[in-house]
Design a protein around this ligand. Sequence first.
Ligand code: NAP
Length: 336
Amino acid sequence: MRIILCGFGVVGQSLVKLLDSRSEDLYARFGLKPRIVGVTDRKGSAQESSGLDLSRLIEVKKKFGSVKKYGNGKNKQTGLDLINNLDADVLVETTTSNYKDAEPGMSHITSAMKQGLHVISVNKGPLALAFPSLMELATYNQVLLKFSGTVGGGTPILDYAKNSLRGERISSFAGILNGTTNYILTNMANGMTFESALQDAKKKGYVEEDESLDLDGLDAAAKLVILANWIMDFKVTLPDIKRIGIRKVTTSDIQKASKNNCALKLIASCNKDLIVSPKEISLNDPLCVNGTLNAISFTSEHSGTQTIIGRGAGGIETASSILRDLLDIRQEISKN
Ligand SMILES: NC(=O)c1ccc[n+]([C@@H]2O[C@H](COP(=O)([O-])OP(=O)(O)OC[C@H]3O[C@@H](n4cnc5c(N)ncnc54)[C@H](OP(=O)(O)O)[C@@H]3O)[C@@H](O)[C@H]2O)c1
């Protein structure tokens, strides 16, 4: 399977390490022989139609800060150049999520699908801004669009709701979908002010470069869009979400929740409306997880309410979700 990898940061590099360390096992167990034929970052690209040397790719990125030094150092081809010119089967899109115009991920994904490539995206931007039309484009071009890593990192939240609960009618769901805000609110419940909890989260590297993505609930809202489209068959995009972040949460809000035997959490919920907002959650509710954990409760017609809990982010965890998607694509291809 020939793969173009756009973006070579935490997730992209974790994926390459994972594929490198598991190559024999993946072939023996699943018949999967992934070959990365092109990689891009902001400064340039590397390409090799017979497959790039994965450990060398990691070394070059570490030493020179860009994959373009893999070859003669002059390779300035962009992701779009690779997608339009290389023979490949799958695009793995791991560039930065951007909720203004979703670029460069949006152009990567749409061009790849038009070229007949299957797509795996962990980049939430394009899906948050255009989920319904991207699914239509995938159907039109008869390719698969997979995105397991966009919600829950390595925790298979989307697969659980779509496949394990198949046949059920999910009537609503609510979840903590952003680990950073959960970490800040947990620290506040332990006595810190908002400002000191935020600084602590920054020191630990939990906060996005653009802190608004976490604090104003944009990241959680993007995940809510993906869940609502995929699981509830809604046709919605980011502007359809009512969104209040955690910037205005005060110590007295936290104390008030505690008096009610609750904790204040940033909850993304889908009932009749799609809302991201701080909400009091009972300390006895399985949803009430602490630290950077994510949790989501699905309520369905016959099987009641079920909660799935896990780490919502992390390079290797998210890379493992890409591997799941690759295996699904491999299975679909071999069926046809
Ligand atoms: N990290 C997680 O735990 C996690 C979990 C779930 C989903 N995600 C999503 O996965 C994606 C990648 O996350 P990450 O943590 O790997 O981010 P990251 O470390 O910041 O890596 C982003 C990569 O994208 C490249 N990039 C950014 N803008 C680009 C452009 N205009 N053209 C070409 N390349 C560009 C960067 O290039 P340079 O290397 O040159 O800067 C970098 O290699 C994001 O969309 C994120 O929201 C991340």
